[in-house]
Design a protein. Structure first.
Length: 62
């Protein structure tokens, strides 16, 4: 599975980073960077949590 980012929709709130810091982070300009788009079962709960907390629905699981 992988995380898909709709970059134009992302507003850089950072809630996803708090939920899944192993998978993503905000850079110095406040842009979300996916450190790992692909994730395994061990990180599935983190990835789903990141998707759920995004207030603008900029993330999805594919």
């Amino acid at each position: 599975m992988k995380i898909v980012l709709n970059r134009p929709r992302c507003e850089g709130h950072g809630l996803c980073e708090e939920a899944a810091p192993q998978l993503m982070h905000l850079d110095d300009e406040g842009e979300l960077v996916l450190d790992r788009e692909e994730f395994d079962a061990a990180d599935a709960a983190l990835a789903h949590a990141a998707v759920r907390v995004c207030p603008v629905a900029a993330l999805r699981i594919a």
